[in-house]
Design a protein around this ligand. Structure first.
Ligand SMILES: COC[C@@H]1[C@H](c2ccc(C#Cc3ccccc3)cc2)[C@@H]2CN(C(=O)Nc3ccc(OC4CC4)cc3)C[C@@H](O)[C@@H](O)CN12
Length: 292
């Protein structure tokens, strides 16, 4: 059969096989939910069962003020460098900030207060005004805690699961973005023991009952702890997250009562998903088809 004799209509002379309408068709491939979304739902259900409320995380763009300054993260901290953070060209600066609160944040960075020595550097407003892609969902936590401080105090339990962006070299296990999971409990008189207790409760619901804690450092939490869990499958201890108590230099400028403490912890969505689904290249989570 060539294009010419097809066009000429010679096909009419040809013998065609009868159609067999009883032949079975190709089995249709069923769809399937993306592994990340299944693990996200599983974690959201755990938080809801523990009585946590979800925080509104639908703003990927954030100001350096809420992402760093409000968390008492100093302006010269390496994480605030463009090597680690995606700053926006347009709109490059944030429209408005709560001026009275900004004044208290400036002061606590420069000269401390509330029992803190501060950092003793000249804090710059233009640095705080810079817009960026949020580097952690802790930026949302700071907004929520400030909002809490504006009302008569009532204890709260919040969580968030959403995308965060880091200007990092991408490789087999790192992309420029990942999903951070964060939980926090805000109440009077909370202690490190309460943090350890809520971590045991949370991670046991993920099947991780043996936990170990290691002292760590975050600019916005003191004390801080890395969280490890014994993974039966691998027969070794796996780092499953980070945690701590937000510093007074973060909470008191917001206007929260002095006896109110906040315990918080975080982990990623990709790590557990890759382990639970045996995916060893993070690129198999995004982009092309995942062969399950
Ligand atoms: C730059 O990325 C950091 C990311 C991500 C992370 C780390 C810290 C936080 C945080 C926090 C925080 C601390 C204090 C107060 C508020 C938030 C959030 C995400 C994971 C956190 N990690 C992580 O998710 N590990 C993990 C979690 C669950 C899991 O479950 C498996 C079924 C068994 C397995 C592993 C720990 C490491 O993977 C770490 O190397 C990578 N971390």
């Amino acid at each position: 059969l060539t294009r010419e004799n097809l066009q000429k209509g010679d096909w009419k002379e040809l013998e065609f096989k009868e159609y067999n309408f009883n032949a079975k068709g190709q089995p249709a491939e069923g769809g399937h939910l993306h592994p990340l979304l299944k693990v996200r739902k599983q974690l959201k259900d755990i938080f809801l069962q523990m009585g946590f409320e979800e925080m509104p995380t639908n703003n990927f763009v954030e100001s350096s003020f809420w992402n760093f300054d409000a968390l008492f993260q100093p302006q010269q901290h390496p994480a605030r460098d463009s090597h680690d953070t995606f700053f926006l060209e347009e709109p490059s600066t944030t429209r408005e900030l709560p001026e009275d609160y900004v004044e208290r944040v400036k002061r606590v960075h420069e000269s401390g207060g509330y029992g803190s020595r501060g950092y003793g550097y000249e804090w710059k407003r233009e640095e705080a005004n810079k817009n960026l892609l949020r580097t952690h969902t802790t930026a949302v936590s700071s907004r929520m805690l400030k909002a809490l401080a504006e009302k008569p105090f009532a204890p709260k339990k919040y969580f968030s699961i959403d995308r965060v962006f880091r200007n990092e070299a991408v490789d087999r296990t790192h992309l420029a973005e990942f999903h951070q999971i964060e939980g926090l409990v805000c109440d009077r008189g909370l202690t490190l023991g309460d943090l350890i207790g809520v971590l045991h409760d949370f991670f046991s619901r993920l099947g991780m009952s043996k936990l170990r804690f290691k002292p760590a450092y975050n600019p916005y939490t003191e004390p801080s702890m890395e969280i490890f869990s014994y993974h039966e499958g691998f027969g070794k201890w796996v780092e499953v997250g980070n945690s701590g108590m937000f510093r007074p230099e973060m909470l008191l400028p917001m206007g929260l009562p002095e006896d109110v403490h906040v315990i918080a912890w975080g982990l990623s969505l990709e790590r557990p998903t890759m382990i639970l689904y045996g995916i060893d290249n993070i690129r198999d989570l995004f982009g092309h088809k995942v062969d399950l």
